[in-house]
Design a binder for this molecule. Structure first.
Ligand SMILES: [Fe+2]
Ligand SMILES: [Fe+2]
Length: 315
């Protein structure tokens, strides 16, 4: 018996199968009036054309009840499809940053995105109990992270990113940067609110949220290649280091998702979370870079009218 479990979401010339839930979220990109907040004074464009149809026999072709070999092939296909769902959004983040860099900038707009990114880098510290935060500021490390050594290692990397960005801020302001000098923007708050229930959920859900971290490394990759004067050279140097860590924090998690997913329903759940989080990330990036991309273009990116970002790790 063939069960209808997915829909085809057309991204440029390629078709990607997504769950019905994820597809509804993608459609919202074109219809949600909140997209107005993505641009400075813009107006929402008309719904972008999206082709869809239902597809059956997924349970059969993905072999959930079949032998080990068939299941393995199915897992890899599902991993690739999840990457294909995220990749246009990741490319959208790169487009936002490139658009920002190719137009006239000021120190104020540079400080805005730097302080917003620095705020994001400190999240892993801010969520810890006050005594642990104090230990970090006193000693530069956390000896016994409440969530174990792996979380401690990740905290160390994120705080390294914070310090790299803080140095860029200090280069512009010639003033030391503290935690209270950072910038929390509304779309970032909305992004973390969206992720929070899954961070508090199952291992599988935490892993899916981790996969969305860093937007495929797209912003870091673009910033690692920025050219210009002393500030730009320092920026490129900082983001080359950050990129190397972040591709493992984010896209590298696809393999753990593949190990933990046990059913077609699990993959649909992953697609739902990835679609919603990646869409919100576009809002967050556009806001932190002072809305360089129009709402019409953001909607087009959501519809897949963009070359997908190359997956930075092998699947
Ligand atoms: Fe980071
Ligand atoms: Fe990270």
């Amino acid at each position: 018996m063939e069960a209808v479990v997915g829909q085809i979401y057309k991204q440029g010339s390629t078709e990607v199968r997504v769950s019905a839930v994820a597809f509804r979220e993608l459609l919202k990109l074109h219809r949600d009036p909140n997209w107005k907040s993505c641009v400075d004074g813009g107006s929402p464009g008309p719904p972008a054309p999206v082709s869809l149809h239902t597809r059956g026999s997924v349970g059969k072709s993905f072999g959930w009840n079949g032998g080990a070999r068939r299941r393995m092939v199915g897992v890899r296909e599902r991993m690739i499809e999840l990457v294909n769902l995220a990749a246009p959004f990741w490319a959208g983040e790169a487009e936002i940053v490139r658009s920002y860099l190719t137009r006239p900038r000021t120190s104020d707009t540079d400080l805005r995105w730097l302080k917003a990114q620095a705020f994001k880098e400190t999240r892993h510290l801010r969520i810890l109990p006050r005594r642990v935060q104090d230990e970090y500021w006193r000693t530069g490390t956390v000896r016994n992270h409440p969530q174990g050594s792996e979380a401690g290692a990740k905290l160390a990397e994120e705080m390294k990113h914070f310090r790299l960005i803080a140095e860029l801020i200090e280069f512009l302001t010639v003033t030391p940067v503290g935690m209270t000098d950072l910038l929390e923007l509304p779309e970032e708050t909305a992004l973390q609110d969206l992720r929070q229930p899954y961070r508090g959920g199952t291992n599988f859900e935490r892993c899916i949220v981790d996969f969305t971290e860093g937007g495929g490394g797209a912003m870091y990759w673009v910033l690692a290649r920025v050219e210009g004067g002393d500030f730009e050279r320092r920026t490129a140097s900082a983001f080359r280091l950050i990129y190397d860590d972040e591709v493992l924090h984010g896209p590298g998690q696809i393999h753990t998702i593949g190990r933990l997913a046990n059913s077609a329903a699990d993959w649909e759940h992953a697609e739902d979370i990835v679609a919603r989080v990646c869409a919100q990330r576009l809002r967050m990036r556009n806001e932190m870079f002072s809305w360089p991309v129009s709402v019409e273009r953001i909607a087009a990116i959501g519809a897949g009218n963009i070359d997908p970002w190359p997956m930075p790790v092998a699947v």
